[in-house]
Design a protein around this ligand. Structure first.
Ligand code: GSH
Length: 217
């Protein structure tokens, strides 16, 4: 069954791979599933045809036959469940990998998103300068805890899993802030994720879209 995902026609990051279609592309590359991409403009994302796929008018979406999904956590989990390569076979190890997937999205990503909001959307507010260090410190606190848990391991729980894929994707959004580099084991962890051939293929595919070349599938 052909898989179709949606992505920005032009990503606001200009192709740095921070738009969330990259995580879905990465998961599909890890499990060796080909996919097509439908590019959508900001305007089209808010129109009824796209909202029928994604109630919040966002990307990415995932279509496979009569199945339509939104939310990268759900999409990546679906891919990991259906295809070998992102979840361990052993039941408890599998449950732990899924725990890291949730931890990435529910515990680590929220303060990182707050930083984006504080830096971009709230930049002009009179209280912005006071709020920014508070948000940054909340991220540091989370990263410190994650850094302790990772220690000198390559991945969060044994072999690379869907939990690492999501955690690396979430942490990547921090690189420009410099905060990631304050935690050398986490910076190395993210670099290990980026060095995976599947990540490189996913990154190159979104870069091609955003630099005006034809999308790759
Ligand atoms: N929680 C959602 C977030 C989706 C999301 O924020 N997508 C962004 C692109 S990375 C988007 O479509 N932004 C445009 C908008 O919200 O109007 C997920 O993980 O899929």
């Amino acid at each position: 069954m052909a898989i179709i995902i949606t992505a920005f026609e032009r990503s606001p990051d200009g192709g740095k791979g921070l738009a969330r279609d990259t995580r879905v592309r990465w998961a599909l590359e890890e499990v060796g599933q080909p996919y097509d991409v439908r590019l959508v403009s900001f305007r089209a994302m808010k129109e009824p045809a796209h909202r029928a796929l994604h109630p919040f008018g966002q990307i990415p979406t995932y279509e496979e036959g009569d199945l339509t999904l939104f939310e990268t956590g759900a999409i990546v989990f679906h891919i990991a469940e259906r295809h070998a390569g992102l979840l361990p076979d052993e039941a408890n190890a599998r449950a732990r990998a899924i725990t890291w997937l949730f931890a990435a999205l529910n515990t680590v990503e929220p303060p990182i998103l707050e930083l984006t909001i504080a830096r971009i959307l709230e930049r002009d507010k009179p209280w912005s300068k006071e709020r920014l260090p508070l948000v940054e410190d909340r991220i540091r606190e989370r990263l410190k805890q994650l850094s302790v848990r990772l220690g000198d391991a390559d991945w969060l729980d044994g072999a690379f899993s869907v939990g690492d894929l999501m955690m690396v994707s979430v942490l990547l959004r921090l690189r420009a802030s410099g905060i990631l580099d304050e935690f050398s084991n986490l910076a190395a962890y993210v670099a290990r994720g980026e060095a995976r051939p599947a990540y490189k293929r996913a990154f190159d595919a979104q870069l091609a879209v955003n630099t005006g070349k034809l999308p790759t599938g």
